[in-house]
Structures are given as structure tokens and as C-alpha cells.
Design a protein around this ligand. Sequence first.
Ligand SMILES: C[S@@+](CC[C@H](N)C(=O)[O-])C[C@H]1O[C@@H](n2cnc3c(N)ncnc32)[C@H](O)[C@@H]1O
Length: 208
Amino acid sequence: MKKTIEEHAARFSDIATDYDESQDSEEYRACVSLVVHYADPSDDDVVLDLGTGTGAIALALAPDAKRVVGRDISEGMLEQAREKAAEVGIENVEFDEGRFRDPNVDDGEQVDIVVSNFAMHHLSDEEKRETIEVISDLEPQRFVLGDVMFFGEPDPEEPYYSPEVDDPATVGFLADALTDAGFVLTAVESVHEQVGVLVAERAPDIDE
Ligand SMILES: C[S@@+](CC[C@H](N)C(=O)[O-])C[C@H]1O[C@@H](n2cnc3c(N)ncnc32)[C@H](O)[C@@H]1O
């Protein structure tokens, strides 16, 4: 992680009120659409959105899900998410503090689908691997990750990658970490050379 959790939290709280307006790129919108499309919850499913920010993904999924749990480290971003939920009358969503590696989910709590959009690239590769193991331990059926990730050579001149704050992984690293944690990669969508969406389904238990 290029900055501490506290530094990232403060950085996002500072920009929270302007965050939604600033996310106007075609790639960001494509990523949001793909994550929502692949998450595809039914009304029995509980969705966990890690690094939920102002709730773009959580609020888009809530009408189709049983419940959505949004977790983030930035109180300012969470406050925006709560306000947006109240404005549109969405009640089956809960926004609270939680970290990738400690998502503030009770032991045994139902989690069917985990999603994360444009957030996990703040972690180092080792921390991403730990996060993917934590997610796997929650036993979701599906994990949909939209994020900054490298399909080719990292290029700080290209958008979405600022080496001072970002630490994106290669697609290969993420694919390995997901399969090592018991997922099967079922879709890889490249939105940009440095942005993509990975869909991981829980591997079937071959003993069953
Ligand atoms: C670029 S925003 C993305 C927000 C939202 N998912 C979206 O698609 O608009 C990244 C978010 O990740 C959060 N974040 C960064 N590090 C985190 C961590 N270790 N655990 C949980 N959230 C984190 C930040 O606070 C911020 O709200």
C-alpha cells in the first residue's frame, strides 16, 4: 500500500462531496455497468461491496438483492452513500466502516456475492492476496472485481494509474490469487489496457 489506510481514508473524505461528479470517464462508467451486470443478484442474495465509496455499485444492486452491505474506510464517502440511499428511498442497504482485509462482517453472516469497483488497487499485491483469501472465507458464490489492473506493461502516462497512490496488480497475478483461493475465473473483460473486470465463481467441490 502506497499510503496508510488512514491517509487513504482522509484523502477520500476530502473529495467525497465532489467524487460522483468527478467520475465521468467512459471507462469508469463501463466498469460500473460490467460489475453490476456480472454481479446479477437475485432477491435471495446478500451482496457485500468492498470499497463501496459513495455507493455506486451498492445502490445499483440493492433493488435486485435481498440486502447489500457496503464497506469502506472513509466516513466522508460512507456519509454520501447513506445520503444517496435515503434520497432514493433504498432501505435494504447498510453502509459502515470495513476494510478489505477486515470487512466488518459477522462470523457466519450470509454473503452470496462480493463486489468491488475501483478500490482494491490501493493495496499491495500481498494485501490483495490476503483480501482474496478473506473474501473466499466468507464463502460467496461469486466475486466480481472491477479495478485498475495491468493487461500489458504498466504506463503511468496512461490514465487510471498514479504510482504515488495506486498499486495495481497484473491480471495474471489476480487470476492466480483467485484460483489459489478456490475460485474459477469465468470472465475477463478489458475496459482499457489498465482497467478491467474479473468474474470469479466459487469452484465446485469435486468430491460432492
Ligand atoms: C475510487 S473509490 C471507488 C468507490 C466505488 N467503489 C466506486 O465504484 O465509485 C475507492 C474507495 O476505496 C476505499 N478504500 C481504499 N482503501 C480501502 C481499504 N483498505 N478498505 C476499504 N475501502 C478502501 C476508499 O475510501 C474509496 O472510497
